[in-house]
Design a protein around this ligand. Structure first.
Ligand code: 26W
Length: 806
């Protein structure tokens, strides 16, 4: 086993050269020396050097790609949850040894330096993190990719609990975060809002112009993402709204408030990320953000393309534009606008190119997340875009009428219904491909969400199961496991995740299984140390670390987890000396600030945790910790320590999940329903290495119409006592609203799955009592995780959707 990994020589930079640049940078830009520099200065200097390397590498890659006339992809997303970048870049550029060595020469430890970087929290959860993973994977796979998003001044809020109640603090990340950004003021794009349309004929050419509009400048700031062991570098272009110049004319003419108002409105556009996950709000500022993103990005794409080819005729051959959920849908009418009004294309020619250029991914089936925009709002904020959407819809409805001659069906399928624009409908109509994010999800959108559209254009629909930038959670976060894998299967898995399957050979190897357990124990101890430092709480590292980390939403069913913990608490109170495999339940979750029930559930979990602390004898066996401010960096510490991965959404509600993949690759065993990507995890590991419970999608569908939560409450005494305790009070707080909501509605059928969930929890405890058996399960999960690499996902997008060449 003890194969020594050969020292890697960086292809990027030598230690000597790095040292030279570092000393010079500190001298010239910070007027200091390595010996005297603060950690902050070291972080900034190192970041700038790394950014310089990445920028040059991207330039080189772009020039080569361009000379070969290759097609590229633009990924439009309102969210990119990047987390930290410096460490990833140093790993991906394979300059870890050089950097660590160089800093050591000055007595500086690199870990403290990494800690200086704030998370770039420009996203809410799954969708934003997926976008970030895909930039990494696109570079790793050697594709030419550019992401576009907004440079939010404030990212996702910082969560603090005040006696268990979530409070939100602003995430002012830019002071530290800007070290990794490169401003490109020369590439600014003008975006026009409001105003009115002027239409006229010029030589039999129908012209449309926008008058009295408000101008906002979109100024790009670039972030670079290197691929592991790859020539390619992805670019993330983030747009910041700036006022072109103060509207002096308006001010002088006496219209003070309008002049000032427009100024303020413009800057507000990129002020803050909307913290809603899975709930569309319909606010005017959000609409402006969306149009700002797409107008700037499409403008930039067109400028770049025109510079190279001088025509848009071949746009679809050279460019793929991807729409990450419906939030950037307005890119479709915006490209139409440019082709019609600025470039003189006729409708059919423009539509032909546009529809060959765009593809769309759906990330959720929750009805409240499907975006609809009020026609009056859209018409006011972007009159020309509105008129184009109306035209797209009229032409579409005519086609539908020709095919079905069924007015009801046409109305139902049309893009505009009840004076609202249905963004997903527009996307499906205009895009050449539509995909879901896990096999089961892609089936559900065909069967339900887009049933009519699927019947109309079945060839558009496909699946690409999500994947993760797995090196971040394995190579960069779990050193022990990475070393073990290198020694057993070599280091090919770092480049090609499918090689993790080779680890299966060791499933009967006692020394490997023991080593796995040791590694897990070390990671648990490291995590416990972190918890002790942050919260002053001592975790029992001999207990099972059972982890549920994700946004807080009723469909994800943190309340089901909480109910089971209460039931276990009741059991231990009644049977203090009964055998019980000790358990630590670890939660982390942000709730959308306006989501009342979600905040109640956080408070409940916190109160359970406090209640358990009151009885040390119980707390030894059963404890709960709620980690504040779940973010990418926290996930990197947490995933390696996890033993059970809670993926307990009601079947049919979680599109995919990606936390499940991060936990799996770190050896956690999934305890979950047959929902989202859990189904494919099950396919990879087999029945004996996953703890399944609950109804499947068909059973949910069958049970829903006549579902009465009270039936389960009445017939299950354990459930009843747990629910009753909610109303009686836990740690001095009564949770009537949660109890009533569950008893009267239980929209996500937690009661129906409760008994089965308890059963799965019991099986977990039994299995865990045999640590070798557990290690074997853990090994099967690590070995089966290869398919969930984002490198595989983006390769599928590139081949089957975008038609890219490497
Ligand atoms: C407009 C408000 C809003 C904001 C965000 C609506 C919807 C969203 C996202 C689509 C929610 C989201 O992040 N969905 C998650 O996407 C992940 C990546 O595909 C999946 O793994 C998760 O299952 C899905 O919930």
């Amino acid at each position: 086993m003890a194969k020594e990994a050969a020292p890697k020589v960086s292809k990027t930079i030598t230690q000597e050269e790095l040292k030279k640049q570092f000393v010079e940078m500190l001298h010239n830009d910070f007027q200091t020396t390595p010996e005297e520099a603060s950690d902050q200065q070291v972080y900034e200097a190192l970041s700038r050097i790394v950014v310089g390397i990445l920028k040059a590498k991207r330039r080189h890659f772009t020039v080569r790609n361009r000379s070969e006339g290759k097609k590229k992809v633009y990924y439009l997303s309102m969210e990119f949850l990047m987390g930290r970048s410096l460490k990833t870049s140093i790993y991906n550029l394979e300059m870890v040894d050089e950097t660590v060595g160089m800093l050591k020469e000055f007595g500086i430890s690199i870990n403290g330096i990494y800690e200086m970087e704030p998370d770039a929290g420009l996203g809410n959860g799954g969708l934003g993190r997926l976008a970030a993973c895909y930039l990494d994977a696109l570079a790793a796979d050697g594709y030419h990719a550019t992401g576009y998003s907004i440079l939010y001044e404030y990212g996702i809020f910082k969560q603090k609990l005040d006696e268990g109640w979530q409070t939100e603090l602003p995430d002012n990340w830019l002071p530290g975060g800007s070290a990794l950004l490169v401003p490109v003021p020369t590439a600014a794009v003008e975006v026009r809002f409001d105003g009115n349309l002027k239409e006229y004929w010029d030589n039999s050419f129908h012209c449309v112009e926008l008058e009295n509009y408000t101008s906002v400048m979109a100024v790009p700031y670039d972030m670079f993402v290197s691929g592991y062991d790859s020539e390619a570098v992805s670019k993330l272009r983030l747009w910041k709204a700036e006022v072109p110049s103060f509207d002096m004319q308006r001010f002088i003419s006496g219209d003070y408030s309008k002049a000032l108002g427009r100024n303020i409105m413009s800057q507000a556009i990129t002020k803050v990320l909307y913290p809603n996950d899975n709930h569309a709000e319909g606010k005017s500022l959000r609409l402006r953000q969306q149009y700002f993103l797409v107008a700037a990005s499409v403008g930039d794409i067109v400028n770049t393309h025109m510079n190279v080819y001088g025509t848009l005729d071949n746009l679809a051959d050279k460019v793929a534009i991807h729409i990450n959920d419906t939030h950037p849908t307005l890119a479709i009418p915006e490209l139409m606008r440019i082709m019609l009004d600025d470039c003189g294309y006729d409708w059919d020619a423009a539509w032909d190119i546009v529809t060959k250029t765009f593809a769309y991914t759906n990330h959720t089936v929750m009805p409240e997340a499907l975006e609809k925009w009020d026609c009056n709002l859209v018409k006011g904020v972007m009159p020309r875009i509105f008129s184009i959407i109306v035209e797209i819809n009229e032409r579409y409805c005519r086609q539908l009428w020709d095919k079905y001659q069924d007015q009801e069906k046409v109305t139902h399928m049309s893009i505009i219904e009840n004076n609202m624009i249905k963004m997903a409908t527009l996307c499906v109509h205009a895009c050449h491909h539509v995909n879901g994010v896990a096999k089961i999800h892609s089936e559900i959108i065909k069967r339900e969400t887009f049933k009519d559209e699927y019947e109309y254009t079945p060839e558009k629909f496909t699946n690409v199961t999500n994947g993760i930038a797995y090196r971040r959670w394995l190579y960069q976060s779990n050193e022990g496991l990475t070393d073990l894998l290198r020694e057993t299967i070599g280091d090919g898995f770092l480049k090609d995740a499918s090689q993790l399957a080779k680890f299966r050979k060791f499933s009967e190897d006692k020394s490997v299984l023991e080593r796995l357990n040791r590694i897990k124990n070390e990671n648990k101890a490291r995590f416990a140390k972190y918890v002790k430092n942050e919260y002053g709480v001592t975790l029992n590292t001999d207990s099972i670390f059972d982890v549920q980390v994700k946004r807080l939403h009723e469909y994800k069913r943190q309340q089901l987890n909480a109910l089971n913990i209460i039931a276990e608490y009741n059991y231990l109170k009644a049977n203090p000396d009964a055998p019980f495999v000790p358990k630590t339940y670890i939660f982390a979750a942000k709730a959308a600030p306006g989501y009342y029930m979600a905040k109640q559930i956080i408070k409940l979990i916190w109160n359970i945790s406090e209640e358990l602390k009151k009885d040390p004898k119980i707390n030894e066996k059963l404890s709960v910790i709620f980690m504040e401010d779940y973010c990418v960096s926290l996930s990197e510490i947490l995933m390696p320590a996890a033993e059970i991965s809670e993926q307990i959404s009601l079947a049919g509600t979680e599109a995919s999940g990606t936390g499940n993949m991060k936990l799996m690759i770190n050896g956690a065993v999934t305890l979950g329903t047959l929902d989202g990507a859990n189904v494919e995890i099950f396919e990879q590991v087999g029945e004996e290495n996953i703890l399944l419970f609950g109804m499947n999608v068909d059973e949910v569908e069958a049970a829903k119409p006549n579902y009465k939560a009270m039936d389960f409450y009445n017939s299950n005494g354990v459930l009843r006592s747990a629910v009753d305790l909610l109303s009686e009070g836990i740690n001095g707080e009564k949770f009537h609203e949660i109890a009533n909501s569950l008893k009267n509605v239980d929209p996500y059928m937690a009661f129906a799955d409760f008994a089965s969930y308890q059963n799965a929890q019991r099986r977990a405890s039994e299995l865990y009592s045999d640590r070798m058996k557990w290690a074997k399960m853990s090994l099967a999960n690590i070995a089966g995780a290869g398919i969930f690499s984002a490198d595989r996902s983006v390769d599928e997008y590139a081949r089957y959707i975008w038609q890219l060449q490497k």
